[in-house]
Design a protein around this ligand. Structure first.
Ligand SMILES: CC(C)(COP(=O)(O)OP(=O)(O)OC[C@H]1O[C@@H](n2cnc3c(N)ncnc32)[C@H](O)[C@@H]1OP(=O)(O)O)[C@@H](O)C(=O)NCCC(=O)NCCS
Length: 174
């Protein structure tokens, strides 16, 4: 049910591949500022990035895309799209620090939301972010998702603390 690739004005989104490991490790996987609100700790070796990519590729319920600059083909980040339930598509995303603040993830999320809500039987496109992740919350708002409410003690973000943290729930529906 996932697209093979998506193109936006500035980005190419194509399925993550084993050959991306070096660039992902060098560009952002080791960076504690990038991983702060993610579910995984910064990678300490290339082997950890290779294993992460293998898990992404093996997943039946999600597809992870590598984000490349459309002009320079440089690696910018990654975007995971997942089938949460038959009618609900969720997502997760990450960019290298040097790619922040250029509107790239708003562009990617808007594109994926448009794709998801055109799929037969998909009624809801939504996910969560940590209450302190203001940049991610803003991206979801700019992509037209509505803040639905606060989910108390919803998800562990292990780079911050080891107990579940409050998260904002955002979604677009049709
Ligand atoms: C979240 C992330 C993907 C945003 O990507 P991005 O391409 O930089 O986002 P955009 O440029 O499209 O938009 C960011 C918006 O957040 C705002 N913003 C950024 N940092 C902010 C902060 N600390 N507080 C408030 N707003 C902030 C920006 O001003 C911008 O809003 P504006 O256009 O109204 O000015 C990027 O910061 C990232 O990769 N973070 C680390 C991984 C992560 O947290 N992923 C999400 C997990 S839920």
């Amino acid at each position: 049910m996932f697209p093979d690739s998506l193109w936006t004005t500035e980005l190419i989104m194509r399925p993550i591949a084993p050959g991306d490991a070096g660039a992902i490790f060098d560009e952002y996987a080791q960076d504690p500022a990038v991983t702060r609100f993610l579910s995984w700790a910064p990678h300490r070796s290339l082997a950890e990035t290779e294993s992460y990519i293998a898990d992404c590729i093996a997943s039946q319920s999600s597809r992870t895309f590598t984000l490349l600059g459309r002009r320079d083909r440089q690696l910018r980040g990654a975007f995971a799209v997942r089938r949460v339930s038959p009618g609900h598509v969720g997502f997760g995303y990450v960019l290298s620090q040097r790619s922040w603040g250029q509107g790239l993830m708003t562009e990617a999320l808007t594109e994926v939301a448009g794709w998801a809500l055109k799929q037969k039987g998909v009624w809801r496109f939504g996910d969560v972010c940590d209450v302190d992740n203001a940049a991610s919350a803003r991206v979801m708002e700019k992509a037209g998702l509505l803040r639905e409410g606060l989910l108390k003690r919803w998800m562990v973000h292990p780079n911050i603390e080891d107990t579940p943290r409050d998260c904002w729930s955002y979604a677009r529906t049709r």
